[in-house]
Design a protein around this ligand. Structure first.
Ligand SMILES: [Mg+2]
Length: 301
């Protein structure tokens, strides 16, 4: 691994927690809030999701933690690859040990009523084309080969997003993460890399990633992939990437979580210290994220 990133999960959480304040907030309805959040001088309250408090991360980080925990068990000396039940177990485990708001309403209710991976798999209808399979997949980039990255990205997607777009979005994000960790080339070679490893993807072709993204990010998940690609290829510091994710609007926390998790392997960290100091630090907060990130890199380098 060329660009080991022990703080991958920490940066996912910071992007998520900062941009959670603006998720699907319309700039013309809450101009002061957007202005405040863009200063990056602290964590702010979302105007309507009142149970999610400033400095708390959301589903994007909690499910990325689940993926990292699965990958830490299936490290390079363990010949068994993670399979669908491993991920279903992880989704239910991380939620029930640390229940929180921030999930899509229907999926949160599903998690609340399903305590085990077995029950989860019995009842889930994995037919979504939204960005849930790609928002949590950045840790998969640590796997040592692109074949493994593609396989595991797809397997974790199949638990909830067993659709062409769901699987494509997860593979594309995991590949971008792998590129950031393992390659020497700058992010402006990212499109070539995706085209080499997803040669048959009509979604990649339809996305036309060379075109600038400049709209609120909504479903399907191809839009999230395009927005993240845009941030990685047009900005050069972490604060620029984070502000860019907020300025797009729409699903700002997912875009920020993915983009910071990937960019932090390469770009200089110019984020204000207050974002590190104030991030939630309960049993699965800042210190846990640092430890888990280090374990993830140790297990795969
Ligand atoms: Mg979220």
């Amino acid at each position: 691994m060329k660009h080991r990133n022990d703080e991958m999960l920490l940066f996912i959480a910071i992007g998520d927690a900062v941009a959670a304040a603006t998720e699907f907030v319309k700039a013309n309805e809450h101009p002061r809030l957007i202005e405040n959040v863009l200063r990056l001088d602290g964590y702010y309250q979302h105007p309507t999701y009142l149970r999610l408090k400033p400095s708390m991360y959301t589903d994007d980080t909690q499910m990325s933690i689940a993926v990292a925990e699965v990958l830490n068990k299936h490290h390079k000396y363990n010949p068994f690859l993670p399979c669908i039940p491993d991920f279903a177990d992880a989704w239910t485990r991380v939620f029930h040990r640390d229940p929180r708001d921030g999930y899509a309403r229907g999926f949160q209710a599903f998690l609340e009523s399903h305590k085990t991976g077995k029950a989860f798999l019995r009842d889930i209808r994995p037919d979504s084309s939204k960005n849930g399979a790609c928002m949590r997949v950045v840790p998969v980039g640590v796997l040592s080969s692109t074949d493994l990255v593609l396989d595991i990205a797809a397997i974790q997607a199949e638990t909830t997003h067993n659709t062409p777009i769901g699987i494509f979005s997860a593979q594309a994000v995991a590949l971008m993460s792998h590129f950031a960790l393992y390659r020497d080339e700058p992010f402006d070679r990212l499109q070539d890399f995706l085209e080499i490893h997803l040669p048959d993807s009509i979604f990649l072709h339809h996305m036309r990633p060379h075109r600038r993204w400049d709209a609120p990010v909504r479903s399907p998940a191809t839009n999230t992939v395009h927005a993240v690609f845009d941030l990685l290829t047009h900005y050069s510091t972490l604060s620029e990437v984070l502000r860019g994710a907020i300025q797009f609007g729409g699903d700002t926390d997912s875009v920020a979580a993915i983009a910071l998790g990937i960019a932090s392997a390469r770009m200089p960290n110019d984020l204000p210290q207050v974002l590190f100091d104030k991030l939630e630090n309960g049993p699965y907060g800042r210190d846990y994220l640092k430890t888990l990130g280090k374990q993830l890199m140790d297990a795969h380098t």
